[in-house]
Design a protein around this ligand. Structure first.
Ligand code: UD1
Ligand code: MG
Length: 460
């Protein structure tokens, strides 16, 4: 039978220590936000158990930004917490936001700043809850360093959670702590939540007060405690991101991507790489890249927003941004592909070549030192060293079209707008100012004068 779970994402806090423009749930990690990871975990947990979910983000601080961000997730609802009076108060605003939340079977509470929690944690928690027919479960872990987590005080039956601020020195010695992740039977939480008071050191309404001795509540201890790490400042963000990075590379490895040293590689969460590809050290792959199978990405490459098809070879030190590279092309070393560079199959882009908004058909070769912008180059044309499309007249950009099977000699320029037909030959050192018909030859350079013996006048 399909059961229902209401999910309360605690996202109202100020996140003061982050010092970011965006509220903490929207802090960036691996090319997405902390909140995205939390949403993924919730979604895959509900899918796995075929639970009908109602997800509610409890927002307060900079709530407009969070709401705007979540517009793309229409199923997510919002609860407004006017004042941050504590985690229990946050959950009250959750239940007050929509009556139907009180009808769900379970209520899952998760913080928006814990991006390492996965569906496996949630499954363990709920399975334990079902197995022992508990009314509430909290995920706990062991923390030995100096910290401010709430302590889990286990009784013969039930448990209490004591906040660091309220703890005696004896209780402070307890190293089993509250992760802030809970699953409640909704009926249970409704029974106790609205009676919680704020008689404590922080004058806050503590959600943890719904746990008590003599109640049917449990703490489920997890060995991988670091997975519950919440992000409160930029140091913790950096640590969390390094864990996420490792997780990403491990996933890719399990799908047959080989790394020479994955600790030096930075791949955003939303980038994919196909089987048989090899990634060398110091490579950055960002912002929704799709990389095919058997691709080699050598040392020092930065690749963003791009699509790289099977069998492509990227030699060292290229910057590739918003480009498409078709099968078995070869790029670099030291090439720069700018937005809308579209490189055909088996084409070859060599060192110090810059390409912007240009379509290169198959088997085009541009091996050295060229700028190609606002252009199209036909199949099997060979562009010599140092060719430039002069696309900009100081006010507007103009288009250069070069046909197929052309040979463009070294150190030539094409002053756009211009069209060079198929099978044309441009002699080295030519500045093309007039369009060329198919099968034509062009040369435009001044005649050479050679004077025997005159060199000594100039050589010092
Ligand atoms: C809380 C737990 C503590 C646990 C720790 C784990 C309580 C009383 N204590 O403490 O036992 O070890 O988390 O990280 O719950 N929030 C709101 N509205 C509020 C207050 C908080 O939305 O009024 C949100 C925060 O944005 C945050 C989460 O709730 O995402 C936790 O609040 P926080 O103030 O960080 O609680 P801790 O003191 O860390
Ligand atoms: Mg906290």
């Amino acid at each position: 039978m399909v059961k229902s779970v209401g999910v309360a994402i605690l996202a109202a806090g100020e996140g003061k220590r982050m010092g970011l423009e965006v509220p903490k749930p929207l802090a960036p990690a691996m090319g997405r936000t902390l909140l995205d990871f939390v949403l993924d975990g919730i979604q895959s947990f509900s899918n796995e158990l075929k639970l009908k979910n109602k997800i509610v983000a409890i927002v307060g601080h900079k709530k407009e930004m969070i709401e705007a961000y979540l517009q793309d997730f229409p199923a997510i609802m919002f609860a407004h917490q006017q004042k941050q009076l504590g985690t229990a108060d946050a959950l009250k605003s959750y239940f007050n936001s929509d009556e139907s939340l009180k009808q769900t079977e379970y209520t899952l509470v998760i913080c928006a700043d814990t991006p390492l929690i996965r569906k496996e944690h949630l499954l363990t928690l709920i399975n334990q809850m079902k197995k022992n027919a508990a009314d509430a479960v909290v995920a706990s872990f062991t923390e030995n360093s100096n910290h401010s987590y709430g302590r889990i005080v286990r009784g013969p039956k039930g448990l209490k959670i004591i906040e660091a601020k309220d703890a005696t020195s004896e209780i402070k010695k307890i190293n089993e702590v509250n992760s802030g992740l809970y699953i409640f039977k909704t009926e249970y939480i409704l029974k106790y939540l609205f009676n919680i008071n704020s008689n404590n050191a922080a004058n806050e309404f503590y959600l943890t007060d719904v746990f008590d001795f003599e109640r049917n509540v449990e703490a489920v201890h997890f060995e991988d405690g670091y997975k519950f790490m919440g992000v409160n400042d930029l140091s913790q963000l950096e640590i969390v991101e390094s864990y996420l990075r490792k997780e990403k590379c491990d996933q890719l490895k399990s799908h047959g991507v080989r790394f020479i040293d994955s600790t030096s590689v930075y791949i955003d969460w939303n980038c994919n790489i196909g089987t048989g590809s090899v990634i060398y050290p110091n490579v950055h792959i960002r912002n929704n890249c799709t990389i095919g199978s058997n691709v080699t990405i050598d040392v020092g490459n930065i690749i963003e927003k791009s699509c790289i098809k099977d069998g492509v070879s990227i030699k060292p030190y290229c910057h590739i941004d918003d480009a498409i590279i078709h099968k078995q092309a070869s790029i670099g070393p030291y090439a720069r592909l700018r937005p809308k560079a579209d490189i055909g199959e088996k084409s070859k882009i060599g060192n110090f070549v810059e390409i912007k908004k240009a379509k290169l058909h198959n088997d085009v070769k541009i091996s050295h030192l060229s700028y190609i912008g606002d252009a199209e180059i036909g199949e099997n044309s060979n562009i010599g060293c140092g060719f430039i499309t002069c696309n900009y007249d100081g006010a507007n950009k103009h288009f250069t079209k070069i046909g197929k099977n052309c040979f463009i000699g070294s150190d030539s320029q094409a002053i756009a707008p211009i069209e060079i037909g198929d099978r044309c030959f441009v002699a080295s050192g030519t500045t093309i100012t007039k369009s060329m018909p198919d099968d034509s030859f062009a040369i435009a350079r001044s005649k050479q004068t050679t004077k025997n013996g005159l060199a000594s006048r100039f050589l010092k």
